[in-house]
Design a binder for this molecule. Structure first.
Ligand code: ARG
Ligand code: GLU
Length: 728
């Protein structure tokens, strides 16, 4: 085939893609303040009865006043006039775990506060509301010119942002967050109010909240009651305050009413929350690198680490509690990356990106400032590959999967402070470091950690370029590796950091003595050598290249916006407030198989495996099922709905986001995506990308019928938007 023909094939392909763009595709995470201009019409055509103003307004209470960034990593929503917050079980998991012991295991048994007094405080947990959003693009890009080099551009933008920040006069409880959109072509400032007293109100037992656990994670059909309840507390003036027993439940500007009328196939749905990070506008070369190099490495590392942890968790109840949250978080993305790579291949993401790039190139004019941008990006991705790979290895091993090594960076900062400023520097830093260790040891088991490190070292030396291997880990000239298990065992046995007792003794010493001891600690020295090599030979070149990539990506995204005026582009997720909308619909995961969009309690009973680690069901649940005690929560057919799916474009961070109906009522709680569609962070495909939500009627049934905590349901406002029934 000659070049002309290839281009033509590319064009044809592009035309097909273009037409699929112009229909409603479910795709997009939209800015709430721009809905009027970009989305309102389409949303209404899909059945929405609200106006853009009802969703986001700075002049009156709107839906956004009920949407809360939970701890900065999940979403939650206010569902009562008393600041009651609904989020996922897996979002509140760390807190539920922290209140659990073998004797009083809230993970296993669930927890329901009977009154305000019994609600449990959680140090460090925040709940953030958005007050208003400003477009600050002009000020952020002031003085930026197209020819600027990547470093200068970044520093200029950083100093512009610092100036913007200063221009806001805020209350003590407010913050301003300034974020880039469209890869740095637009900037918005978010003024937020941050509440610091957020208490645990209720959580189902994990046999409900985590039903199906890792086997069912990212999978449809699903039957998880993934919810928990918290409450925002405020000072007597209804403003944020530090925890105090005198604080009172927060009175919100808006809370979501709950629809008891349920959902049907084709119903309009909207998910409102804080999606974390997506990469929709990458070049094909970057996607290829994710599929062939980076995802496989991370998957292999986590696979090893998880198997080791799992073995210990299954053998011992206390270990299971200790490692529950850490394990779930590592397992979550391990599985996600597997699904993502698979989905990218199955939906021909590379082919579609390449066709897009061919069309992009065709549209470039002779003197376009974007002519070289794709070539530049492709070259840069090639150059960064060994560093990106090694960076992932080190981050996964030293900072993410092995716990003790991840503490050493803080210890190094402590020693640095001492070296720079002497005792005063040390003492200033010490509370932070010892606080970090206080939180660390309760969830730490040296034996498990050692076994993981040993196994992962083996992967490291095989996986990265030889120059990235620290001298202590290098093999002999005959190719024989040192015995990592001996190295690791000796280090853990001798290190001052391998037990809380040794660390407290260390920190009781004077600064001079403590630092002297630290500086001869074998683990400190060994990790330190590795980190020095990492910072110098991996991270520094990686960061330099990454800055260049970011600058070129900014240019590439700008070019896409300009050259494809027919496409309605939405900015990548960046942990800011977004709206995504779609409808309740099933999908075809593979040839001849169709998935229905709703699951029922019957499915839980089908999956039930008595005594199983993941699929056990409590007797109370069986009893309620057998007596068909569904109260007002059953659907028209008399069955109890559990979960449903829809074509809303969501990602990590959207967990706990409300699923909202055409009139602004809560119908469900977002908590996951389907396996076939987990590549939607990079390449969305409406035919198989679905988000998974728990039906709100199941949540209420669990609270009321299962747990007998009907007082919490009474706090909510139940509505019947479809049947027009009066409030109970
Ligand atoms: N996959 C969901 C999300 O990304 C739920 C994860 C929690 N569950 C688990 N088994 N790890 O966060
Ligand atoms: N479970 C995810 C979270 O924690 C949401 C699912 C997704 O990634 O779409 O945010």
């Amino acid at each position: 085939m000659n070049r002309g023909l290839i281009l033509k094939a590319g064009q044809l392909f592009w035309i097909c893609i273009f037409f699929s763009f112009s229909l409603f595709g479910g795709e997009g995470m939209w800015l709430p303040q721009l809905l009027k201009a970009l989305n309102e019409k389409e949303m209404k055509s899909m059945g929405m009865k609200l106006s853009a103003d009802d969703i986001y307004s700075i002049n009156k209470g709107s839906l956004k006043d009920a949407i809360v960034h939970f701890g900065g990593f999940c979403t939650s929503e206010i569902v009562s006039p008393n600041g009651l917050l609904l989020t996922n079980h897996h979002c509140g998991y760390g807190q539920i775990q922290s209140h659990s012991t073998v004797e009083n295991n809230l993970i296993k048994n669930g927890f329901w506060a009977k009154n305000y007094k019994e609600e449990l405080p959680n140090e460090g947990l925040t709940a953030t509301l958005i007050d208003y959003i400003d477009d600050v693009t002009e000020k952020a890009l002031l003085g930026v010119t197209p020819g600027m080099n990547a470093g200068d551009r970044q520093s200029l933008i950083e100093s512009n942002i610092a100036n913007i920040r200063k221009s806001y006069s805020l209350e003590s409880y407010q913050q301003v967050v300034i974020r880039p959109f469209y890869d740095g072509n637009q900037y918005f400032a978010f003024v937020t109010t941050v509440f610091r007293d957020v208490r645990l109100v209720g959580a189902p037992p994990e046999s409900i909240g985590k039903f199906g656990s890792d086997t069912d994670n990212w999978v449809w059909p699903r039957h998880t009651g993934d919810f928990s309840l918290f409450r925002i507390y405020a000072g007597k003036d209804n403003k944020p305050a530090d925890y105090s027993p005198d604080n009172v439940p927060y009175v919100p500007k808006h809370f979501l009413p709950v629809s008891m009328d349920g959902i049907e196939v084709g119903d309009f749905t909207m998910v409102f929350g804080f999606p974390g990070k997506t990469n929709q506008y990458l070049p094909a070369s970057a996607v290829n690198q994710i599929i062939t190099t980076l995802n496989p490495a991370k998957i292999t590392i986590r696979d090893k680490a998880l198997k080791i942890t799992d073995k210990y968790m299954r053998a011992d109840e206390a270990t299971k509690i200790k490692y529950a949250a850490k394990y779930a978080s590592i397992a979550n993305y391990w599985k996600k990356w597997i699904g993502e790579s698979q989905g990218l291949k199955q939906t021909n993401a590379l082919g579609e990106k390449q066709a897009f790039e061919a069309e992009f190139t065709r549209r470039l004019s002779a003197e376009s400032p974007y002519s070289a941008v794709l070539l530049d990006l492709n070259r840069l991705y090639q150059e960064i590959e060994p560093y990106a790979l090694a960076n992932d290895y080190v981050s996964e091993i030293l900072f993410r999967n092995v716990d003790l090594t991840s503490t050493i960076s803080s210890v190094r900062r402590l020693v640095n402070e001492y070296d720079k400023k002497g005792e005063s520097g040390y003492l200033e830093m010490l509370p932070k470091v010892s606080g970090m260790f206080d939180n660390f040891y309760p969830d730490f088991d040296a034996k498990i950690d050692q076994e993981k490190l040993t196994a992962l070292l083996d992967l490291y030396v095989k996986g990265v370029a030889p120059s990235f291997i620290p001298s202590g880990l290098k093999g002999t000239s005959s190719g024989k590796n040192p015995d990592f298990s001996i190295i690791v065992e000796e280090m853990y046995n001798q290190s001052l950091f391998s037990s809380s007792q040794k660390v407290s003794e260390l920190f009781e010493q004077s600064a001079d003595i403590a630092v002297k001891k630290i500086k001869t600690d074998p683990l400190y020295l060994w990790v330190g050598d590795w980190l020095d090599l990492y910072n110098r030979d991996i991270l520094t070149p990686y960061t330099t290249l990454k800055k260049e990539i970011d600058a070129k990506q900014a240019l590439y995204t700008k070019a896409q916006l300009e050259l494809f005026p027919e496409i309605r582009f939405y900015p990548d997720a960046n942990s800011t407030l977004r709206v995504t909308y779609g409808k309740v619909e099933g999908y075809q995961p593979k040839d001849a198989v169709t998935y229905q969009p709703v699951t029922y309690l019957d499915g839980i009973i089908e999956k039930y495996i008595p005594g199983d680690y993941e699929f056990d069901v409590q007797p109370r649940m069986l009893e309620l099922y057998n007596s068909k005690n569904f109260g007002i929560y059953a659907d028209k057919s008399g069955k109890l709905p559990v979960c449903f799916i829809g074509s809303n474009h969501t990602t990590g961070g959207n967990s706990g986001s409300p699923a909202i109906d055409a009139e602004g009522n809560l119908i469900g709680l977002n908590f996951d995506r389907v396996w076939e569609g987990t590549m939607s962070d990079i390449h969305y495909d409406v035919s198989i990308c679905r988000n998974i939500m728990v039906d709100v009627r199941y949540i209420l049934w669990v609270i009321d019928k299962y747990a007998g905590a009907g007082h919490l349901v009474s706090e909510m406002k139940l509505t019947h938007p479809k049947t027009g029934k009066k409030k109970r």
